[in-house]
Write a protein that binds this ligand. Sequence first.
Ligand SMILES: [Zn+2]
Length: 468
Amino acid sequence: MRLRALLIGLFVLFGASAQAFATSEVRSVRLWRAPDNTRLVFDLSGPVQHNVFTLSAPDRIVIDVSGGRLATSFDQLSLSNTPITSVRSAQRSANELRVVIDLSRAVSPKSFSLAPNQQYGHRLVLDLFDQGADAAPGPSVAAPTPPRPVTPSQPPSKLPVLPSDKRDIIIAIDAGHGGEDPGAIGPKGVREKNVVLQISRELQRQINAEKGFRAELVRTGDYFIPLRRRTEIARKQGADLFVSIHADAAPRAAAFGASVFALSDGGATSETARWLADSENRSDLIGGAGNVTLDDKDRMLAGVLLDLSMTATLSSSLNVGQKVLGNMGRITPLHKRRVEQAGFMVLKSPDIPSILVETGFISNPNEASKLQTKAHQQALARAVQSGVKQFFEQNPPPGTYIAWMRDSGKIAQGPREHRVTSGESLALIAQRYQVSLAVLRSANNLRSDVIKVGQILIVPATTLAAQP
Ligand SMILES: [Zn+2]
């Protein structure tokens, strides 16, 4: 027994050292430019050790890759819009490759290795953060910002956009994936990351055409953003709603239809939802190590924050999700008729209602080709925009132009419910909703005007025509 253990030990030792001295080829290099950083990804044939340091006058970054050998060229890299002026290399010895990145200005580098996944092999990632950009991550993940008050969701420091000081409702649109994370890949190589960015841009255009609304894109180009960072960007944009746009993939090519997800804190509501949640969350492992350092304290604090306001936020998310789904059902088949719930990381803002829209199955040849047409992208965006608008016309955040429109009776309404609070009279409620006392009485089968605190009243629809 002991001999056998010894032999295994020797084998492990030998195997490990053999691997440490094996050379790995740098087979290709990919580059993405984000608004505040540049990412270089070196695709490797095996794991390597590396060391990164910066030099100034002139500014440059040196990466020493032990066990590395260059098997590609850097000539094809598109460096426009980046602080990189050139990338060169030298084989310093059989065992050491040096890559030098010449810069037009100083940057803050961060590097890490990634293990193989379904799409790529071993990688060495170098992120160059623009200096002055607030996105450069420190050594540890920052503590989550404390939640804003739940009900009146107001952006942190928004300048008044309307002369009357009524602010816009802000929608953060998050196009899924990006950069080295292509998302789902459909027939003929169509990539989710590109399709969802096109739909997101169209959605932004449509929302911005609507008075009282403003849309911001979380991702504005072909680069990766870690999932947690996406919600941070939305918060910085002062989002009243977060909408993540995706396209599904399933092992079965026949699977089809759109779906809308809201967060479930207790896990997925169905096996499909769970499978999706995994594959979407996995995107962080594809894109980077940004969230790997999340420590226990952070996790606990995040948990407490979630509990504080998640209930209210989730009910809004389900409400807006159902409206979006209802509109989508008119223009495309639905995968599920109800809003599904899953543990998607991007939906975990405790204070911003958040939905994830799966626009269709990119793995289905028919839906994949539809998803790429301008007409279908416009129809999908219109469905999302309509659902969002309906939700906010019924639930406008205080201080917004839409709230002012609603309160001054300028928005046509479907039937609503009103819960009586203390101090309210039937006449006051009728006045507030711009309906006559008689209409309110008959809609609720009331024989007198006596109402009780907590009582639920049906407020019938009003129309613009009925307004003075
Ligand atoms: Zn996706």
